[in-house]
Design a protein. Structure first.
Length: 259
């Protein structure tokens, strides 16, 4: 009987479409089990390079970043199977709606030109794809426990010191994703990836979080340390929509194993 690979075990990344016969490691999103070749390189390059273009060249750079992000999105769409393609579309649509609500309506953060850059929705789908690929290759329990413990300690400090109370509340959202979602490795990896991207993007000035959350009078850092909670919730919604609407497209789940 074919052995199920451990979540922290590296594996080959050939350019191949998913197979319905493969099994899935518990706690890991059942997507991109056989990631297309160079997917990680393309995603990291477009996120880092696209934000740098936006920061360095203004509107022309923003348009170039949009074209680049859409090209990588299309590359992944072509390489993926039915579930992967639907996840890319769903993530882009849900992320777009979330960005409109958080930035343009609520005003929690503002982009450089006061707009919603067109590279942002596909960029969310690319970051989710990166998170799924990485989450399948890290130790499940160690990753979840390590990220949660460090984030909990920081949340306590941020709330008591009034340095980032909005971030502390977002940590509770992240904890909720861990408690009620099944893809805990993905949410933990996304928490870290999102924080890294937020630090990079705000340092470049591509967007800025307001020091006080409108309507809540809560302090917020730039960025809030738990901004990744929004990304975890996004991924939870995408996977829940996939499971509810197209359950037959997802891989067969493996039996739960102890580590």
């Amino acid at each position: 009987m074919k052995r199920v690979a451990d979540a922290g075990e590296p594996g080959p990344w050939p350019a191949s479409r998913p197979s319905r016969s493969r099994t899935v490691t518990p706690g890991v999103a059942p997507l991109w089990q056989r990631a297309p070749r160079f997917a990680v390189v393309h995603i990291v390059a477009v996120i880092a390079g696209g934000l740098a273009l936006d920061a360095a060249f203004g509107w022309p750079g923003q348009h170039a970043a949009t074209l680049w992000a859409c090209a990588v999105w299309a590359y992944l769409y072509r390489a993926g199977g039915a579930a992967e393609r639907r996840s890319l579309i769903l993530c882009m649509l849900i992320a777009g709606a979330g960005e409109i609500g958080l930035s343009l309506v609520w005003g929690v953060y503002d982009y450089r030109f006061g707009n919603l850059p067109l590279f942002v929705p596909p960029g969310h789908a690319l970051l989710m794809t990166l998170g799924v690929i990485i989450a399948a290759r890290v130790p499940l329990h160690a990753t979840v426990r390590g990220v949660t413990l460090l984030a909990a300690v920081w949340a306590l400090w941020a709330w008591v010191g009034d340095a980032d109370r909005f971030g502390a509340l977002l940590f509770l959202l992240f904890a909720g994703c861990l408690a009620f979602g099944r893809d805990r490795a993905l949410y933990s990896v996304m928490f870290v990836l999102a924080l890294a991207m937020e630090l990079y993007g705000t340092a470049l000035g591509s967007w800025t979080w307001r020091p006080e959350v409108p309507g809540l009078a809560l302090s917020a850092a730039n960025p809030p340390f738990a901004a990744g909670a929004f990304y975890a919730m996004l991924d939870l919604l995408v996977l829940a929509a996939l499971a509810a609407r197209w359950p037959a497209t997802l891989p067969v789940a493996a039996p739960v194993r102890s580590e």
